[in-house]
Ligand binder design. Structure first.
Ligand code: CO
Ligand code: CO
Length: 313
């Protein structure tokens, strides 16, 4: 959206300027959040794909500290060559996650297309504080709630090279809602958060740093990856998106090439990246792990430095 000037009224609290997870608009006394996301299949099973796409779309509301209220299905489907029962299974999977979120499915739209795509447009409501990208500060710990590497595992899966146990673990994380970690974060008290999706850990971290004019240090040994990640990446099963992301962040990062690529891997329905005061870290991490995000860890900290750079050590 760099080359388009967008005018908006004073009711718009969060627009597209800082690449936030969802927009925020004031309506009366309420703040309404709105987001949309569609993806291509990451697994062959239609029901599970529906669950992943749905969890992925809902995540942007959780990353803003909101509660999803109403949802529209958006789908692309090759109606002339695939049976409609496949689309129904995708919707059923999506619906299971919409129910888990507590939101209502109120409609949708499907268009005929060569390739399957599915996702949701979600309207949510902000509880009290909006956790947007420009709120970050120096001297905060950075917690990531899910293991990284979804883009590598799904590439291995497409190449029919993924072990069954690795596939299972990938599905477990991709279908998991960020609802639980988001609620815990808000209860304990944090500074801000975002979620990790298509731009990978470094891309989404950089969005926050740029919006807030701070820098960060990443401790590479603290980062959890999905099982099988290192094996498949060593086979060269790396999606094109990882290289695009790496190029996008390159000028802002110091660290060795290999680790920069590993942290540029795109995620689908990835975890939350939470920025919290150091006094809260222990309690927050324990509660997030207890809540079921068992691979959550402190992956780094923010530092005072307006150059918006990331140093990986
Ligand atoms: Co997001
Ligand atoms: Co998004």
């Amino acid at each position: 959206m760099q080359h388009i000037t967008i005018k908006h009224s004073d009711d718009v609290i969060i627009g597209p300027e800082n690449a936030d997870d969802a927009s925020a608009v004031k309506i009366g006394n309420e703040i309404i959040l709105q987001t949309v996301d569609i993806i291509t299949p990451v697994v062959e099973e239609p029901f599970i794909f529906g669950q992943i796409a749905s969890a992925n779309s809902l995540s942007d509301i959780y990353a803003m500290g909101g509660k999803p209220i109403s949802v529209l299905n958006i789908a692309c489907f090759p109606t002339d060559c695939l049976d409609l029962s496949i689309l129904e299974e995708i919707f059923q999977g999506g619906l299971s996650k919409i129910y888990e979120s507590g939101a209502n499915l109120v409609g949708g739209h499907t268009i005929t297309d060569k390739e399957i795509k599915y996702g949701l447009s979600v309207v949510g409501i902000a509880s009290n504080k909006l956790y947007h990208n420009a709120l970050c500060k120096e001297q905060l710990d950075i917690i990531v709630t899910k293991p990284l590497g979804g883009g590598i595992l799904s590439t291995a899966l497409k190449a029919e090279m993924a072990d069954e146990s690795h596939k299972k673990e990938m599905i477990r994380w991709m279908t998991r809602l960020n609802k639980y970690a988001s609620e815990i974060a808000q209860n304990v008290g944090i500074v801000t958060m975002t979620d990790i999706t298509g731009f990978g850990l470094l891309g989404h971290l950089l969005e926050v740093l740029k919006a807030s004019k701070v820098s960060a240090i990443i401790y590479k040994n603290n980062i959890n990856f999905m099982d099988g990640f290192e094996k498949y990446i060593s086979y060269g099963l790396i999606p094109a998106g990882a290289y695009r992301n790496k190029e996008f962040v390159a000028n802002h990062i110091t660290g060795d090439n290999e680790i920069i690529l590993m942290l540029s891997v795109p995620e689908t329905s990835g975890g939350l990246m939470i920025f919290c005061e150091k006094t809260k870290t222990k309690e927050l991490l324990e509660k997030i792990i207890e809540g079921g995000d068992t691979k959550a860890s402190v992956i780094g900290e923010t530092i005072k430095d307006e150059s918006c750079t990331i140093k990986i050590i």
